[in-house]
Design a protein around this ligand. Structure first.
Ligand SMILES: Cc1cc2nc3c(=O)[nH]c(=O)nc-3n(C[C@H](O)[C@H](O)[C@H](O)COP(=O)(O)OP(=O)(O)OC[C@H]3O[C@@H](n4cnc5c(N)ncnc54)[C@H](O)[C@@H]3O)c2cc1C
Length: 276
């Protein structure tokens, strides 16, 4: 039986205080990673700070800056938000590929990235969109690019006393199609064996991949071939992805299978976004 203190927090400053002063204090968003992890012994939480009712974290808006997704906003809310669907549908695809409808009714983007799994389904789309992570803490606020947020498996750039306030997709939005392709063992509820986000930006492309390294990674070798050398033979470009990844073998797939599938999905992504 799990034993922990539970604090329902409607005040951001109270959350900062608890996070800074307490030991083994965890923000609780949807709980779909945290509670499962506590039951499995991954997190030894003594206190959970329920942040779902904090007003500053319940923001979902589009303004001059772009689209801001607060840390308490669920994946289903993101998927249903018209500015996301119209301008950055690749993010809606990433959110939609997480778990099941009922999981997505609780789970958040902030929880997905703060869990810092290299296989997090929203991460690759966020990398391909150059998303910004807005971090808040008692010492002040700061914003960092998503690529600096992931440090390693289970490790983020958050300092003690800080939490993610929101994710920002900046304007100008990408011009062109984006697609998130996920390979998993089952057709339905499963983590990605590999996840590939391919986002066209005019005549350029940004590609990000999950579950093939300690953090999600950009496929810079492929991007360079397409964006700088003008490579249009997508199969040749996709082969270069091997230089960008260092997959491991685990219960979801072998290293060799991951190399193969990433190449296949990058090629398909290029065909579907940049044209056959
Ligand atoms: C059945 C099932 C299927 C799943 N399938 C998938 C899948 O297909 N793809 C996938 O990517 N994931 C999957 N997951 C994992 C999980 O649902 C997602 O990672 C989800 O987005 C986590 O969000 P959450 O709001 O529930 O996070 P929580 O569980 O509340 O939190 C996760 C971690 O982030 C921390 N945290 C939460 N919010 C903040 C914040 N604002 N600031 C700082 N730290 C914070 C928590 O303390 C905790 O350490 C699955 C989980 C289950 C149970």
């Amino acid at each position: 039986m799990l034993s922990y203190d539970y604090i329902k927090c409607a005040d951001l400053n109270l959350a900062f205080q608890e996070l800074e002063e307490g030991e083994q204090v965890y923000p609780l968003a949807g709980g779909t990673d945290l509670i499962v992890g506590m039951r499995g012994g991954k997190f030894a939480a003594k206190t959970l700070i329920d942040i779902k009712d904090v007003p500053e974290l319940n923001v979902l808006k589009e303004d001059d800056q772009g689209i801001t997704i607060g840390a308490a906003i669920t994946l289903n809310e993101v998927t249903g938000f018209t500015p996301v669907r119209e301008n950055v549908p690749i993010l809606a695809e990433g959110c939609h590929s997480v778990g099941s409808y009922s999981i997505r009714n609780r789970a958040t983007i902030a929880g997905n990235i703060c869990n810092a799994s290299p296989a997090a389904d929203t991460a690759a789309p966020l990398y391909a969109l150059d998303a910004v992570i807005n971090i808040a803490g008692s010492g002040g606020n700061r914003s960092i690019p998503i690529k600096e947020f992931f440090i390693g498996p289970g490790k983020t750039a958050l300092n003690k006393g800080e939490l993610v306030q929101s994710v920002l997709i900046r304007k100008p939005y990408p011009k062109g199609k984006g697609i998130y392709l996920k390979a998993s063992r089952t057709g339905s509820v499963d983590l990605a064996t590999v996840g590939v986000a391919v986002q066209r930006w005019g005549d350029q492309v940004k590609i990000a991949i999950g579950a093939v390294a300690a953090t999600p990674v950009r496929a810079f070798s492929v991007e360079k071939a397409v964006n700088e050398a003008g490579e249009k033979r997508w199969a040749d470009a996709a082969r270069l992805v091997h230089e960008d990844i260092s997959p491991i073998t685990d219960l979801r797939g072998s290293r060799e299978y991951r190399y193969h599938m990433v190449e296949v999905l990058v090629r398909r992504g290029l065909e579907q976004t940049m044209g056959v």
